[in-house]
Design a protein around this ligand. Sequence first.
Ligand code: SAH
Length: 345
Amino acid sequence: MDKIEINSLTLQELKSFMQDIGEKPFRGEQVFSYFNRNLKLDISELNLLPIELRKTLIDIVVVNHIDLLERFDSKLDKTNKYLFRLEDGNIIESVFMEYKHGNTACISTQVGCKMGCAFCASTKDGLIRHLSPAEMVNQVYMMEKDKGLEISNIVLMGSGEPLDNYDKVLKFIDIIHDEKGHNISLRNITLSTCGLVPKIYDLAKENLPITLSISLHSPFDEERMKIMPIAKRYKLKELLEACKYYGDSNNRRITFEYTLIEGVNDGEREVDELSKILKGINAHINLIPLNPIKEYNKERPERTNVERFQKMLLRRNLPATIRREMGSDISASCGQLRRRVVEKE
Ligand code: SAH
């Protein structure tokens, strides 16, 4: 039987685990804080535990580690992109960004992705595997330790579809939010999805005040289907109903990501339709100029056209911002860095 990965356990699970092996629950709390507050991983040095218990744990559990493979520093801003090597040799990427509202970690939730969006580098080799909760928290902790700075915001916008790895992503959120650990506010966590409708309802029912971000990219089903295979499974009508349900039950504004692709989805026709379909939803649109990848033969619109698109949205009373391009000199978005390295190897 596989050994338990102990730093993937939530506080509750760690307490029950301790009880299962005949220990008091507070031992679970000590171990949890050691991992998630002190950011230490070596059980043999956890001096609060009796030596016998340390020995037992070392026999019966494993502690997940990830290794820093390479860091790329932007010369344009303070963004750092990280490549980490997982214990099985897989490589993932994460990003550290400094914003006015706090230091932000963009982390991956899967190795690869099976969603198949046309313009996204992360999905080109399909899904390799899900990440464990420990592999997700470790991305945050490794970047904090490397930078010597605290991270207060998390965006689940790296490689992978978080709602396709639902249970482990929820455990990650539970762990990183716990006040006995890192204590990151749920309001400072954003989960981005291409639109797995049933999982959006599940997430709404968890009643967590995290920000939901939907990758919309087109207000027309037939156009959306051409760039996002998930659109064949769930029509916009169903997706937007789910968003409304989420927004109403959590009283949260929903963010819609809209990657602008020249000549594909950047016209007035799209703006008109967006204003129709988003009526009644407390929405914010985040415009992302396309980061061209070699597998997708399209360009980003000129900056003036991006701004024009934004103005047209604002004129229709749709709040819209243009995503500031972070670290554009150190290989653009989502999975491009990892892919370059994996291809080289
Ligand atoms: N699977 C999640 C998280 C993915 S990445 C999702 O689909 O939302 C976060 C955002 O970056 C998504 O909106 C995604 O569509 C977008 N994105 C991916 N590749 C891109 C590229 N090359 N240029 C611009 N945006 C991209």
